[in-house]
Design a protein around this ligand. Structure first.
Ligand code: FAD
Length: 208
């Protein structure tokens, strides 16, 4: 584990915060990969996905936390309570799903999965590629960054249920970020569109 410093904490939507953390030495990572975050050497730990377009100087995670649970009960609540200058332990980067600027992207996201969706779309736009973000749910977190993405030419859709409407471009890389139930919904949509879900870059955040 490596101790990193909290450089910024920002509420980015309902029950959701973004934490900027100091990037450890030799930490080569990209949005879509995740880290194990631990309160301290013996504390609770959970996985959080990189939601910044790069990890230069700092990297960001987007943390969903439940209503009415204390910092002892919920790691998400504990993280949301952090202040600038506090430290947390991280391990990683972990995972093979990542985006480093190669090609157009379509990203399906729900809940805190909007974090890596935004980071990947920003990196795609920076690299001169097309980006589509489809968020299932209401009031997605990271509204300001989603608005900036729209301004920059990305397609951002907020939908009640997924369908294949935004699966344009045969060559776009398809990413999916969210909890298990959402991942299953996304896989079904890919299959209905005649695609092989195993060719998509899918990171499940686990069961409810
Ligand atoms: C590979 C991987 C990557 C992950 N990346 C992230 C991430 O970037 N951001 C993140 O917030 N979590 C992420 N998770 C989930 C996170 O690790 C766990 O939810 C967390 O460790 C649980 O800790 P907690 O005590 O805060 O849980 P809880 O107190 O249960 O809170 C977890 C939060 O997730 C919400 N939640 C839990 N289950 C569901 C569900 N089925 N549908 C919708 N919302 C749900 C809750 O409402 C709450 O806001 C990831 C998990 C994995 C396996």
């Amino acid at each position: 584990m490596t101790e990193v410093t909290v450089e910024a904490v920002e509420s980015v939507g309902e029950q959701t915060v973004a934490l900027a953390l100091s990037t450890p030495d030799a930490f080569d990572a990209a949005p879509g990969q995740f880290v194990l975050v631990r309160k301290d050497a013996d504390g609770d730990a959970g996985y959080y996905t990189i939601s910044s377009p790069d990890v230069e100087g700092t990297f960001e995670i987007t943390v969903g936390y439940p209503e009415g649970e204390s910092a002892e009960e919920s790691l998400g609540t504990w993280l949301a309570d952090r202040a600038v200058g506090d430290t947390v332990d991280v391990e990683g980067p972990l995972g093979h799903v990542q985006y480093r600027g190669e090609g157009d992207v379509v990203v399906y996201a729900a809940g805190p999965g909007i974090g890596p969706a935004v980071g990947i779309a920003e990196r795609a736009i920076d690299a001169g590629n097309a980006a589509t973000v489809v968020y299932r749910g209401e009031n997605p977190p990271h509204e300001a960054r989603l608005a900036a993405l729209r301004e920059a030419g990305a397609t951002v859709a907020v939908v009640d249920a997924l369908d294949g409407e935004h699966l344009t471009g045969e060559t776009a890389n398809v990413y999916v970020f969210g909890f298990d139930e959402f991942v299953e919904e996304a896989k079904a949509v890919l299959e209905a569109d005649g695609r092989d879900p195993s060719e998509a870059a899918i990171e499940s955040f686990g069961p409810a």
